[in-house]
Design a protein around this ligand. Structure first.
Ligand code: AR6
Length: 208
């Protein structure tokens, strides 16, 4: 039944059903924003040009939450690839707000983009750091020819970012890339988060 669930999710993620779809801008040919509830490790649209984003920490060697799920699903080659990412200072491979890219190994997508969102109560300007995390992930996707990208709700778990505020930053930053990326997906892990993202997208974007 978990195989069936995975297939159903992958079909939904591929646009064959489920989820809500919005336009990132009114321009002809502009990209779309799609929402799903589920497990991001099962998501794929086009294995050659897609990527999922990991909500990592600065060490970039795995952790709990979605980071743990992504490392488990990708296999141990992922942590080895992460270890090869150069440290910019001792123990820091990806400073808060930046992004790094690796292969995806056993995941169904081509790449993993690792980004680090702010720890909400410890960051002086968490809204700037969160925007940077989304923006640098999307820039890296564009530079690497990624056409389909899926984000989790960065910082909304262990890092305690209030999800309503986070969803506005997520959607407005995705809008900036409407000419560059075909589809920006958000894979939300609970009904509550899904509803928050849906409400924000409805307020900020027009629906297909
Ligand atoms: N698919 C989609 N979303 C998920 C999944 C999944 N499989 N699993 C959890 N989420 P978090 P953060 C949701 O805590 O707040 C790690 O230890 C989760 O419900 O994963 O950025 C890292 O190593 C929440 O809505 O990431 C860092 O140390 C969202 O993903 C730290 O946690 C993000 O929650 C990063 O904390």
């Amino acid at each position: 039944s978990s195989i069936l669930a995975a297939r159903a999710f992958s079909m939904a993620a591929s646009g064959f059903g489920g989820g809500d779809t919005f336009r990132l801008s009114a321009a002809p040919g502009a990209g779309a924003l799609k929402l799903h509830k589920g497990d991001i490790t099962l998501w794929t649209v086009d294995g050659a040009t897609d990527a999922i984003v990991n909500a990592a920490n600065e060490r970039m060697l795995g952790g709990g939450g979605v980071d743990g799920a992504i490392h488990r699903a990708a296999g141990s080659e992922l942590v080895e690839a992460c270890r090869k990412v150069p440290e910019v200072k001792p123990g820091v491979r990806c400073p808060t707000g930046e992004a790094r890219i690796t292969p995806a190994f056993k995941l169904p997508v081509s790449r993993v983009i690792h980004t680090v969102g702010p720890i909400y109560d410890m960051d002086k300007h968490p809204e700037v750091s969160l925007k940077n995390a989304y923006e640098n992930s999307l820039k890296l996707a564009k530079e690497n020819g990624i056409q389909y990208i899926a984000f989790p709700a960065i910082s909304c778990g262990i890092f305690r970012y209030p999800p309503e505020e986070a969803s506005k930053i997520a959607v407005s930053t995705a809008q900036q890339f409407s000419d560059d990326i075909k589809e920006v997906h958000f894979v939300l892990f609970s009904d509550d988060l899904y509803e928050i993202w849906r409400k924000t997208a409805q307020e900020m974007l027009s629906q297909f």
